[in-house]
Every structure is written in C-alpha cells, then in structure tokens.
Design a protein around this ligand. Structure first.
Ligand SMILES: O=C(CO)[C@H](O)[C@H](O)COP(=O)(O)O
Ligand SMILES: [Fe+2]
Length: 222
C-alpha cells in the first residue's frame, strides 16, 4: 500500500492548521515538512517552531526533510518539537552514521535523502541502519519543479535491493509527483510519495489527495 505524504511547502502558511486537517481527513498518512537553510539549498523555509505549532493539529506521522548543512545541530530540537521521523541529506553531513544514531537514540525513525545525481553506492555501509531512503526526483530547494525521469531506474534498483535483503527500510520519492508521475514512481517501487504542489497548490487539497490515491491504487491492483 503506497502512502501519500503531502508537503506543506506549497500550503497557504496563513491557513496551515486548516490545510493540514484537510489532507488528514482525506486519508493522508504522513505530513512532509521541508526544512531549508539557505546554504545546502538556495531557499529558506522554517524550523522546529513550525513543527511544534502544527503538532496539536494532527495525528499524522510528521516526516521532517532536512535540507540543511550539518543536520546534527538541529536533530534534538526537531525531536522535541514533535517530529516522528527525520531525513537528512547524504550530501550535507560528514558524519552520516553518527547522525542516524542521534536520530534513533531520540526514539525517532531515520532516513537519508539523495539528490537526483547522487549514486546509491554511498548508502552501502549504512542502509541496514536506515528506516527510509528518500530519493529526490527534483533538485532540492523548491516546490513545483518537473519530475526528473532518469531517477526511475534508481528507484527500481533500490527497491529490488531492499526486497532482496528482506529489509523493512522504505523508499520515499520526493519532487514533481502529480497524477501522471505518481503511478510511475509507485510502479518503480516507491513506498511513500511526497506531493506538494499537486496537493496544496490545488483549489481543493482534499480532492487532490483522493485523486492521487486513486492514481496509485490502479498500479497496486496491476
Ligand atoms: O523537498 C522538496 C523540495 O526540495 C519538496 O518536498 C518537494 O519538492 C515537494 O514539492 P512538489 O511536489 O511541488 O515538487
Ligand atoms: Fe521534501
């Protein structure tokens, strides 16, 4: 069963509580929270205070995607604010194993994200410690970008590897997911699909989640 993770990056920040409740009512399992620092990526978003403010409004799993340099500096703050899961970028940390341990010691699940051009090889000695791998299908930094099709084989390879190892690690795909690309990513082996503009950029975010769910359910029944 593929899960949907609406990204608040494209939500109306002035009506965030209301928007988050809408997607939860529509059955979204995970809320994706994009944190950007203006260094690792050329954009700035928000910090732990946003997670803390949203926490009382939702029972969804809070999936924090850190697009920040030296993520170890902020793990404890996001955990205290109510994150359930933290993903950081392989490209942004020099002590990958230590950061994974830090996240897990706080009782959260841990994931590593890879930019579209980053090889899977960098995960070789850490994969067994991960709860999630996030494969970016756009270059991180902005919502509303076009899905990079050449990442599809990378999703397939990772999915097959995880299946062979009988690991419980899940594959999340993030960037440019819409009604057309969601089935492609699901068919390639994605377990969780992040969608920002295809949900919160639509006039009716609740209907948008329902449509995405229908689009991926056709793949599951193949
Ligand atoms: O991590 C991200 C960008 O760096 C976002 O999660 C992602 O881009 C979602 O937005 P959209 O679905 O509009 O592409
Ligand atoms: Fe993201």
């Amino acid at each position: 069963m593929v899960q949907l993770a609406p990204s608040i990056l494209s939500a109306d920040f002035a009506r965030l509580g209301e928007h988050v409740r809408l997607v939860e009512e529509a059955g979204a399992e995970v809320l994706h929270i994009d944190v950007m620092d203006g260094h690792f990526v050329p954009n700035l978003t928000f910090g732990p205070a946003m997670v803390k403010a949203l926490r009382p409004h939702s029972k969804m799993r809070f999936d924090v995607h850190l697009m920040i340099e030296e993520p170890e500096r902020f793990i404890a703050d996001f955990a205290a604010a109510g994150a359930d899961h933290i993903t950081f970028h392989l490209e942004a940390s020099r002590h990958v194993h230590r950061v994974v341990q830090q996240i897990k010691e706080l009782g959260l699940t841990a994931g590593i994200a890879l930019n579209p051009a980053t090889q899977l090889d960098g995960l070789k000695y850490i994969l067994e410690d991960l709860d999630m791998v996030l494969l970016m299908t756009v270059n991180p930094g902005f919502g509303g970008q076009k899905f990079i099709n050449s990442v599809i084989p990378k999703i397939q390879v990772l999915h097959h590897h995880i299946e062979q190892k009988q690991s419980s690690c899940v594959v999340e795909v993030d960037g440019g997911i819409n009604l057309e690309t969601a089935p492609l990513a699901a068919r390639a082996g994605a377990d969780i699909l992040v969608a920002g503009s295809a949900v919160f950029g639509q006039a009716d975010p609740k209907l948008a989640v329902e449509k995405l769910r229908r689009a991926v359910s056709t793949v599951q029944s193949e």
